[in-house]
Design a protein around this ligand. Structure first.
Ligand code: SLL
Length: 172
C-alpha cells in the first residue's frame, strides 16, 4: 500500500442539528410527555448544492465514511447510536440541550483513524424581549419562531493518503 507523500486532500462537511417545538397533539401522543422538542443531529457534505429539504447534501458522504457514532446524553435509552450509511443522522425527541459526541469512522481502505466532533445540541432560540438581555423565550413564542438551526462547518483533512484511498476520494 502506497502513500502519496506530501499530499493533503480535504472533504468539507457540516455537522449540527435542527430542532422544532412539538405541538400539543404530538406531546400527548408520546410515551414521554415531558418532551418538548423534536430534533435531528447530522453530519452532511458541504460540497454538494443544498436542496430545499435538507441543510447540506444528505447522501454523498458514504463513499469515504463507514460509520458515524452519535453519543447522546445518558438520559436516553441506548445513548450510543451507530449509523452505517447516509444520511448520517439521528432524530429524537427530548426536553434538554446537551453535548453530542460525533465520532466518524472512515472506510477500511483509507487506513485513517476515527475523528471526533462535539456539538452542543441546540433547542432554544435566543430573543431580546422586554429586559433588553438575550433570553430563551417561552415555548409558545419559540414555536412561532420556527425551527432552530445550529451547524458548524469543518474540513476533514487527509495527509499523505494511501493511493487507493485518494482514488476513491477523487472519483467522487
Ligand atoms: C440539562 N444537562 O439539564 C442537560 C441534560 C438531557 C436531555 C439534558 C430526554 C431524555 C429522555 C432529554 O431531553 N435529555 O428520554 O427522557 O438540560
Amino acid at each position: 500500500r502506497v502513500r502519496v507523500r506530501g499530499l493533503s486532500i480535504f472533504r468539507p462537511v457540516i455537522y449540527g442539528n435542527t430542532a422544532v417545538v412539538l405541538t400539543e397533539k404530538e406531546r400527548e401522543s408520546l410515551p414521554h410527555q415531558d418532551h418538548t422538542h423534536r430534533w435531528t443531529v447530522a453530519v452532511r457534505s458541504a460540497a454538494s448544492a443544498p436542496d430545499s429539504e435538507t441543510v447540506g447534501g444528505a447522501d454523498d458522504l458514504g463513499y469515504f465514511i463507514k460509520r458515524v457514532t452519535f453519543k447522546l446524553h445518558d438520559t436516553y435509552a441506548n445513548p450510543t447510536r451507530n449509523v452505517d450509511k447516509a444520511p448520517f443522522e439521528v432524530s429524537e425527541t427530548g426536553w434538554g440541550e446537551f453535548e453530542v459526541q460525533i465520532r466518524i469512522n472512515f472506510v477500511a481502505e483509507s487506513g485513517e483513524k476515527a475523528i471526533t466532533f462535539y456539538h452542543h445540541l441546540k433547542l432554544h432560540p435566543w430573543t431580546v424581549l422586554g429586559s433588553g438581555e438575550p433570553e430563551n423565550p417561552p415555548l409558545d413564542v419559540a414555536a412561532k419562531m420556527g425551527p432552530v438551526h445550529s451547524w458548524q462547518y469543518d474540513e476533514i483533512v487527509f495527509n499523505d493518503p494511501f493511493q487507493s484511498f485518494l482514488n476513491i476520494l477523487t472519483a467522487h
